[in-house]
Design a protein around this ligand. Structure first.
Ligand code: ZN
Length: 303
């Protein structure tokens, strides 16, 4: 197991939107995968900023290094190389700044996280996720993070690939649909139905739902899980409107986001950080808030 349920850990924040802020081209279809070749120093700087802000868990920039994603830009043959490069850049940042930090390899859905109908057949999902997970493990990650999972069949296929290629060191986070009943994936499946197949995970969680709606989802998830299963929670600070613009919520303010994160911990989350739109300032604010609650939290929270 990678995490103790008695401990609170702080995860990093967004990578793609931070690269964008540093002026790196993150246009589609390559999105953040471009950074490994074109801006390795900026990518390392993003990881380093999160370590400096107090993150104890860093996530690799491999959200879009599946062969399928890279093929859309004619780079399908570069999947293993770009995955290795992303891990080695993150590992350098960890080694140079805080070698005790955990490095998790990001594995995202094969197609758009908000378009569950595009997800391929289960055997295709299994094969393609297995390839990325094997590359991440070979490249030296400490564990694997299946994140932003939005359909039942792809979640289970990815989990099964993780059980084979990263046994004992993987976890899974879901991107739930806030417009459906609480705990619903975007294909309508209830998260509780998947839990029996996920009990070998080192953690289960929710990511990329709005920070403002996370608390109720975490409360529900905790009621579905054994007490010994750590929960990871990292929300976003806004959402895309119907014209493709970005609407920010009050969680854009780091101290307000940190207050939300404390409410997730109260509901049973053990590992908290930030998803799209969060910054190193968000992570610092979470860290400060945790430290200000020193009298009420176990020492292990602060390490
Ligand atoms: Zn996100």
């Amino acid at each position: 197991m990678m995490f103790s349920p008695d401990e609170i850990l702080v995860l990093d924040g967004a990578t793609g939107t931070e690269l964008d802020r540093l002026g790196v081209d993150v246009s589609m279809p390559l999105w953040s995968a471009r950074a490994m070749d074109e801006a390795p120093d900026s990518l390392k700087q993003v990881h380093r900023s999160y370590l400096e802000s107090g993150a104890g868990v860093i996530i690799t920039n491999t959200f879009r290094t599946h062969q399928r994603s890279l093929a859309k830009a004619g780079l399908g043959a570069e999947s293993t190389r770009l995955t290795q490069a992303a891990v080695s850049i993150a590992r350098e940042a960890v080694d140079e700044f805080d070698s005790s930090a955990l490095l998790l390899g990001s594995v995202a859905p094969l197609e758009d996280c908000y378009s569950p109908s595009l997800s391929p057949e289960p055997d295709v999902c299994h094969e393609e996720h297995a390839r990325l997970i094997a590359d991440l493990v070979d490249s030296g990650v400490d564990g694997v993070l299946l994140e932003t999972m939005c359909t039942a069949h792809e979640s289970l296929a990815a989990a099964s690939a993780a059980k084979e290629h990263a046994p004992g060191r993987w976890g899974i986070c879901f991107c739930l649909d806030g417009d459906r009943e609480i705990g619903s994936l975007q294909d309508g499946t209830s998260i509780s139905q998947l839990i029996p197949d996920l009990l070998e995970a080192s953690f289960i969680g929710i990511n990329c739902v709005s920070a403002t709606s996370m608390k109720n989802q975490i409360h529900h998830l905790r009621s579905c899980l054994p007490d010994s299963m750590p929960i990871m929670a990292y929300g976003n600070v806004g959402h895309v409107d119907e014209h493709g613009g970005w609407i920010s919520t009050d969680a854009i303010e780091p101290c307000i986001y940190a207050d939300y994160a404390m409410s997730w911990i109260e509901c049973g989350a053990n590992i908290v950080g930030g998803c799209c739109g969060t910054t190193p300032a968000t992570i610092s604010a979470i860290r400060d808030e945790l430290e200000s609650q020193v009298s009420s939290v176990p020492r292990a929270w602060l390490q």
